[in-house]
Design a protein around this ligand. Sequence first.
Ligand SMILES: Nc1nc2c(c(=O)[nH]1)N[C@H]1C(S)=C(S)[C@@H](COP(=O)(O)OP(=O)(O)OC[C@H]3O[C@@H](n4cnc5c(=O)[nH]c(N)nc54)[C@H](O)[C@@H]3O)O[C@H]1N2
Ligand SMILES: Nc1nc2c(c(=O)[nH]1)N[C@H]1C(S)=C(S)[C@@H](COP(=O)(O)OP(=O)(O)OC[C@H]3O[C@@H](n4cnc5c(=O)[nH]c(N)nc54)[C@H](O)[C@@H]3O)O[C@H]1N2
Ligand code: SF4
Ligand SMILES: [Mo]
Length: 884
Amino acid sequence: MVQETRTTCPYCGVGCGVLVRVDDDGRTTVKGDPDHPANFGRLCSKGSALVETLGDDGRIHHPEIGGRQAGWDEALDIVAGTFKETIAEHGPEAVAFYLSGQLLTEDYYVANKLMKGFIGAANIDTNSRLCMASSVAGHRRAFGSDTVPGNYEDIELADLVVIVGSNMAWCHPVLYQRLAAAKAARPEMSVVVIDPRRTATSDIADLHLSIRADGDVALFNGLMAHLHAAGHVDRPFITEHTEGFTAALGEARRLGPHELSAVTGLTQAEIAAFYERFAATEKVVTLFSQGVNQSSSGSDKVNAIINCHLITGRIGRPGMGPLSLTGQPNAMGGREVGGLANMLAAHMNLDDAADRDRVGRFWAAPDIAERPGLKAVDLFDAVADGRVKALWIMATNPVVSMPEADRVRAAIAACPFVVVSDIQRDTDTARLAHVLLPSLGWSEKSGTVTNSERRISRQRAFRMGPGEARADWWQFAEVGRRMGFGDAFAYAGPHQIFAEHAGLSGFENAGRRDFDISAHAGIDAAGYERLQPFQWPQPAGTPPETSRFFADGRFYHTDGRARFVAAKGETERRTNWGFPFVLNTGRVRDHWHTMTRTGKSPRLSAHLAEPFAEIHPADARACGIDDADLVEVENELGARVIVRALLTDRQARCNLFVPMHWTGETSALARVNALFPGRVDAVSGQPALKHTAVRLRRHDSETHGFLVSEKKPEGVGTDYWALARTDHGWRLELAGSPPAEGWEGWLRRVAGLPAEADVIGYHERAGTRMAAFTGTRLHAALYVGKGPVAVSRAWAADQLGQSFTDPHRRADVVAGRPGKGGTDKGAIVCACAAVGINDIRAAIASGCQSVDAVGEATAAGTNCGSCRPEIRRILEGMMLQAAE
Ligand SMILES: Nc1nc2c(c(=O)[nH]1)N[C@H]1C(S)=C(S)[C@@H](COP(=O)(O)OP(=O)(O)OC[C@H]3O[C@@H](n4cnc5c(=O)[nH]c(N)nc54)[C@H](O)[C@@H]3O)O[C@H]1N2
Ligand SMILES: Nc1nc2c(c(=O)[nH]1)N[C@H]1C(S)=C(S)[C@@H](COP(=O)(O)OP(=O)(O)OC[C@H]3O[C@@H](n4cnc5c(=O)[nH]c(N)nc54)[C@H](O)[C@@H]3O)O[C@H]1N2
Ligand code: SF4
Ligand SMILES: [Mo]
């Protein structure tokens, strides 16, 4: 019998519905759920590869205490006991939870209730502080609540879509595909992308503005002033429904055209082109993400954008409004339960006595937190200086993702008591745990998540977890019980938690709070199983419906009016003559954060298999750097990373972009957050992870190498290395001094070769190439040279797992390229269909003249479509060459 389950993708905030099928023989396949209103059947490369990430390798099977396997009872007693003792001795603020927007709403709800209602402090913060805090602050300042007014349909209905600091094509790919399809159907629709880099997202843009780092407040302030001057002002809306217009306009007018151009790095013509489009179009949606939020002026950026929608009254109606793209699958759910240190549950306020009283009564809580707790950066400061003595980290990897990452690592290492709940045992953070708790992961756990358009969907389990792994909510409930708060945490399952959460949202609400899903307050286990995706709000007694907020001009400040916020932003220049580069960071198409899951998929690991820095070719030339050289990026305190140079004129001058994904597990020295100071936005506390000053130089190495190995390489030891998964093993890039044991000894040790393996190969002046076989089986192949080695990498990785009876084919492996008659698909472009650049070039050479034609010939770009911009570039490049 085939078992079919409807669930939700665990990656980005688009929140796509996934249909999972498990056959009789256990074969699992996923496809997009055609009925889910977020994706209507589409999935991106990461969603399509979900099955490849379900492997058992590296999973935690049992609780561990100090590295020794323990039972749940013992582990939970130690956690509850140590938290209790710490509180008794040092007060409730000496303990803290650091959680994640990847938890389910039910997990989050229980954690938040335990900390804010029963422990009696609010030291519970999450990685959403690094992600959505500026949007939350911006929304609350403008609307009086953390409300996303519009929905996905608005993007399709708009006549102008402005995309600010978001690389949607890679980070919200299915939503981007919906936008691209709408634009293809209605070519008059126009798209403006505002990003220092010309990303894959800008490929459909009518206008790309390569803005200077943090020029956004100035740009949108200038827009507000322009809208006013040109008469695009909705007077009745401003008078009846807003406050603060005059002060905001005063600030918006502060910069003259020359200053505006200097601060934004844009020409006056570019600025005018954008302003005129915005002014002339009624249906405008402005999408924004981390280029806005992760900034020391993040909250002001959000408000400067919202101001432009308020002055024109373009909010809450079909096809218009500001729309914050949430990053994690449940960033929104976490906000709904008040998962941040300065919030209370169900969109209530920690600093409002009536709200505290209301939540306290609903929970029958003995000890409601009286004041906000510490925000992430301050929280880890408090861990560092010993104020926080017991810390529970769940579903996040702060040793990699926090700014001042080395300091955060040292703080966690020195903390007297650290609990980590994760699914993988070797993460940079899990390695530091005193108590390590095995959690159920996606596919094993049950609950709900909320996507960027306020749509709540079920995640459903369809398989058993490994060993004794248990749900995250259960771990908190058990600790709550063992701390003596039994009754409040006696949940029989996630449906009871969801019902309570829904009940609280409607408790003494009567329309005063935006978040109300009390229609579901009475839900039982069967109803929860059946629960269909729905958008909030859905108060008791109302049916689910497509919703928008604010079209009626009613906001959630006590006077019902929205606020214009005088957005000051900052124009501070951080670079200087010694550290002339702006370091920008972010994501790649096929990896998720610290790669603990996507790193398990060979397909997802093939597109970009190494940490890199995008550098403008002219800057590289000035620094004596060639494409594929290794480079050092160093900050003013001497912290550095070593990564591969990737030269591209899509990068702005004097800017570098280094992805956030590489960790101590996957690289020698590429945790980019070691270079970031703890500089935060003063309002939201969100760190500025897109802008710090660095310098750049070539990293010289005596030797460079490339290894493929069926076993995971251990003890590499070179200055530079980067590890990635392949279909039948691993690939490793490396550079440094030749090992004292010689390359063959190194290979035998690092690749864990059996003693009887034969190593064949040759040494010559240019380098060393060798391959290890036992009989017809290839264990590993190593290629070493003085510069970056020329090897057909994808081809070499594909040789693992093949059988070698023909000696010529063994010689090909040693040479590192296919012999006569063999083919090499080249570096992977399309992860879904595993199509390489050579396949695509061959298709173009044989006459394919469009992305669709290449797709027909090779299948590239026909599944999720995220690689279509790259295929288009290859096509244009070859056509240009042909024309020259
Ligand atoms: N493939 C993939 N997708 C993901 C994730 C992932 O790890 N991998 N993570 C998810 C999460 S949690 C998040 S938060 C989202 C993030 O999604 P995005 O915010 O789209 O992704 P980022 O790459 O962090 O940054 C977006 C862009 O901001 C630009 N930028 C930098 N500085 C500025 C500036 O001063 N002004 C402007 N206007 N732009 C600037 C950068 O050049 C970058 O292209 O992605 C989600 N989706
Ligand atoms: N330089 C730089 N730094 C950044 C950013 C940036 O753009 N630039 N972006 C920031 C942003 S927006 C974000 S959201 C963060 C993300 O950063 P993190 O949250 O640190 O990254 P993840 O790799 O998603 O960590 C999730 C962890 O949870 C584990 N896990 C997975 N599923 C489960 C589960 O069901 N239960 C439990 N208990 N554990 C689970 C995973 O194995 C992994 O260890 O990074 C931030 N840091
Ligand atoms: S766009 Fe991709 S990563 Fe995001 S939810 Fe959909 S399938 Fe998952
Ligand atoms: Mo995020």
